[in-house]
Design a protein around this ligand. Structure first.
Ligand SMILES: *[C@@H]1O[C@H](CO)[C@@H](O)[C@H](O)[C@H]1NC(C)=O
Ligand SMILES: *[C@@H]1O[C@H](CO)[C@@H](O)[C@H](O)[C@H]1NC(C)=O
Ligand SMILES: *[C@@H]1O[C@H](CO)[C@@H](O)[C@H](O)[C@H]1NC(C)=O
Ligand SMILES: *[C@@H]1O[C@H](CO)[C@@H](O)[C@H](O)[C@H]1NC(C)=O
Length: 784
């Protein structure tokens, strides 16, 4: 995402100055001597915003009148209110420019209900409502200097181009304040402010108490609100200005033509709305809402706790190396947090402490943390290790990818840590004895026991992966020891009604798959390995491998392993339940099934799969090759988002390793893989086939029918013929738009299925090609 604001407010103003326009006879400007009263309004030049009087309150007798600004398309989307604390009792208020040049609202008896308090000596001062929704008071002489603007006095709404944060020069602070109630715009209980201490963090306060944080800014997004990275069609830029002592602020700019607003609701919820057209007609669509879940409640799991909203039973756990401070109350209230199990070993004689990687989190509160943007993460580790009071560190800026740059270090408690999709990495200081510990870890009191155990296991796996990497090939994943369970067998049995035949939803050569329901009502998929498979070592290894790989990956497009169980001769894996099953059922299904996935959804699925595979290949410490990517391994959640599954064949990728059993799915397997060469490029090939199949609705098969059709159509310049006719019939965007997008996709697909692995792009390049909007397809290298 582009970080610099495309055009500053100042530029915008300069551009607009000569354009004092009149839209449909309605002015956007009020001059000295003029006034606005009754039903009169100012309308911005392009018509987007309207300023005027509106009323709130139910009956005629209790109606209160306000001067405000709203979106012209939706009069109830009020984004700024002048006299929020002093409503007028009738419509007879008058807005004028006073003799001293301030904007003044007077009630019907001539008393001031609100004033901008700005002064200017200039005689030629005007008020103008800009296309951004900013109401400005400016001198027509002296280069159009602003003496006041509504963007400096925000209500409950952050519009495109507005700022939140602090100007340290003049002490100004921009923050949002909720209304008191839906029909009362006077200041309510909630404020949304940019915490400028540590890394900038967008926090929600109730009075003076923090209730929810977006997480620290990491150059790309706020680390706990990564959803915005998916709003590329809505937001052109998000940027944070970070010059401490001068200005620290955040703002976003919307894509041209997009109407969006971020509102602090009177209920203490932050919502982003977008004006959009749905089956119910035009309306405000809520695209984001925070806090999202229980884990967003500030400090939910206390100091050194870690919240996991997708956890099977209880959300709160302790970081590895920590245990609940008050075990007896932990299950009802975890805000007491966790205590270190073994003291750190650090002092004059140096330290033996190490760091534990905690992946995919919203970084803890950085209010008291130290930040240095100018060093590398390696130096950050050194700095933290050398200072005994440093308890954790993380990269401060992850824009450039990799491990990021910059350094944030915590010397206080680590507070408000949770897992999020596309979260960041944090390194936690632990005593060597804790890092060396083998599973099972020190007992933790139920019912959070399994959460902690699962977490500990996850971290242990990571540690093991590292250790194995150091010590040699990872060909033999460990065989989990007996009773190595993150969810006990009794619970699994209960969930599946003792593996009832009526709960079976699938069966393969290796496992029977059940639908289950946990005590908390959550539906899960339970994969129970067959005894015949477990009879030999390979089955046990496959189980261990799936646990190893799955426990260590967290990505929106990879199926999450929620729990596993290895008890009493059973090997069981528990995943989120995917109500829409797998992609192959739709793309190869009967016409009515095919029609359920329209063009846009198919494109989204292709993008999602690409992101997931790219993450596997390079998102983690070690590269993981899936090895069996195909539509039947792409599951669809209730929003038709793809989740790549079936990693039991995946393995940690170490190049010089003698292979390993080969998995072959005819039509999907790359030529070199058949010869035993296994690299991430094999997945790129399978991805290409999956892409072409998803578009064409035909199976490639051993004869590589789809691949050769695609090449042929491409050469003949009639790519449209490749598209599944069911999809072609139900096209929603314009045909030409589809045809150019389809052409891009097919081209990318063809690049992926080239015979020579070195000619294929790697997955990160595929993602870049798929997601670079409007990019000219001719810049893509020529397909074979
Ligand atoms: C508002 O302007 C109108 C003419 O445009 C004028 O007749 C009226 O007296 C003004 N009201 C006040 C309160 O200035
Ligand atoms: C203008 O000044 C008055 C009186 O000092 C104050 O109550 C009001 O909040 C100020 N208005 C603005 C917009 O700052
Ligand atoms: C920051 O430090 C203050 C003063 O020591 C303390 O009260 C507060 O809890 C700390 N905040 C965090 C997030 O650690
Ligand atoms: C350790 O870090 C703290 C907090 O950043 C700092 O105040 C202290 O001076 C550091 N100590 C040393 C020895 O560098």
């Amino acid at each position: 995402m582009e970080m610099e604001a495309k055009c500053s407010l100042l530029n915008l103003l300069l551009l607009l100055l000569p354009l004092i326009a009149f839209a449909a006879g309605v002015a956007d400007t009020l001059g000295k001597g003029g006034n606005i009263t009754g039903d009169e309004t100012l309308v911005s030049a392009d018509g987007t915003f309207t300023m005027g009087f509106f009323s709130l309150g139910a009956s005629t007798t209790t109606k209160r009148y306000y001067l405000g600004i709203w979106f012209s398309v939706s009069t109830d989307a009020v984004c700024w209110v002048a006299n929020s604390e002093r409503p007028l009792s009738d419509k007879a208020g008058v807005l004028v420019i006073s003799d001293t040049g301030s904007l003044v609202l007077r009630n019907s008896s001539g008393q001031t209900a609100w004033s901008s308090n700005s002064t200017t000596s200039s005689a030629s001062v005007v008020v103008q409502l800009l296309d951004t929704g900013n109401l400005v008071v400016r001198d027509q002489g002296s280069g159009g200097t602003l003496s006041w603007q509504s963007f400096d006095d925000p209500s409950n709404t952050l519009l495109s181009g507005m700022k939140v944060g602090k100007d340290f020069w003049n002490g100004a602070e921009w923050h949002l304040t909720s209304w008191k109630a839906a029909d009362d715009p006077s200041p309510g209980l909630y404020r949304r402010v940019l915490d400028t201490s540590g890394l900038p963090d967008f926090v929600l306060l109730h009075g003076n108490v923090t209730t929810y944080r977006s997480g620290p800014w990491n150059g790309r997004s706020f680390s706990g609100a990564t959803e915005v990275l998916g709003y590329k069609n809505l937001l052109a830029t998000m940027s944070v200005t970070m010059s401490p002592g001068d200005e620290v602020s955040y703002r976003y700019t919307a894509e041209p033509g997009v109407l969006t607003r971020l509102v602090v609701m009177d209920t203490g919820v932050v919502k982003r709305f977008v004006w959009s057209n749905s089956s119910q007609g035009w309306g405000w669509d809520t695209v984001f809402q925070g806090p999202r879940d229980i884990c967003d409640n500030y400090g939910k799991c206390g100091a050194f706790g870690l919240c996991d909203a997708s956890s099977v039973l209880a959300p709160c756990g302790c970081l590895r190396g920590f245990s609940p401070a008050s075990p007896s109350s932990w299950s009802t209230d975890a805000s007491g947090g966790c205590r270190r199990n073994a003291a750190l070993q650090c002092g004059n004689g140096g330290t033996t402490d190490g760091f534990l990687l905690v992946r995919g989190v919203k970084l803890p509160d950085t209010h008291n943390a130290s930040v240095d943007m100018d060093i590398t993460v390696k130096e950050c580790e050194r700095r933290c290790r050398a200072n005994c009071s440093c308890l954790a560190y993380a990269a401060a800026d992850i824009r450039g990818g990799g491990g990021g740059t910059g350094c944030v270090t915590w010397t206080d408690d680590v507070v408000d840590l949770r897992y999020v999709e596309r979260g960041q990495d944090m390194y936690l200081r632990l005593a060597k004895s804790e890092l060396d510990k083998k599973f099972p870890l020190a007992a933790v009191v139920a019912p959070a026991a399994f959460v902690v155990a699962a977490l500990a296991f996850l971290l242990l796996i990571w540690w093991r992966a590292k250790a194995t990497k150091r010590n040699g090939p990872a060909d033999s994943p460990r065989t989990p020891t007996m009773n190595d369970c993150s969810l006990d067998l009794a619970t699994v049995k209960m969930a599946t009604r003792d593996f009832s035949q009526s709960n079976v939803i699938g069966e393969g050569g290796f496992a029977v798959v059940y639908k289950g329901e946990l005590p908390n009502g959550r539906s899960v998929t339970v994969k129970r390995l067959k005894q015949s498979v477990l009879a030999d070592d390979k089955g046990k290894k496959d189980f261990a491998r799936e646990v190893d790989v799955m426990a260590n990956v967290r990505h929106a497009n990879l199926l999450r392993l929620l729990a596993y169980c290895n008890e009493g001769g059973e090997r069981i894996l528990i995943y989120a339940f995917m109500p829409n099953k797998s992609l192959d059922l739709y793309i190869f299904g009967k016409p009515s099934d095919r029609a359920r996935l329209n063009w846009r959804q198919r494109l989204d699925i292709i993008h999602g799969v690409a992101h997931g595979v790219a993450y596997l290949h390079q998102g983690s410490e070690e590269s993981v090759v899936h090895r069996d990517l195909k539509p039947s391994n792409v599951l669809l959640d209730d929003n038709w988002k793809p989740k790549i599954a079936d990693f039991n064949t995946a393995k940690l990728f170490i190049r010089d390793e003698p292979d390993v059993s080969i998995v072959v799915s005819p039509g999907y397997t790359s030529p070199e893989y058949l010869q035993g060469e296994m690299t991430p490029k094999c997945d790129v090939y399978s991805f290409g086939v999956t892409l072409l199949e998803t578009l064409s609705g035909q199976r490639n098969g051993p004869m590589k029918r789809v691949v050769s059709n695609a090449r042929e159509f491409w050469r003949q310049g009639r790519v449209m013929s490749l598209l599944d006719s069911t999809v072609a019939l139900t096209m929603s965007p314009s045909g030409s738009e589809i045809s150019s997008e389809l052409e891009r996709c097919v081209r990318i697909g063809l690049l992926c299925v080239q015979e020579a692995p070195e000619s294929r792009p790697d997955m990160s390049a595929v993602v870049a090609m798929l997601t670079t909007r409007n990019s000219d397809t001719s810049v893509l290298p020529r397909a074979a």
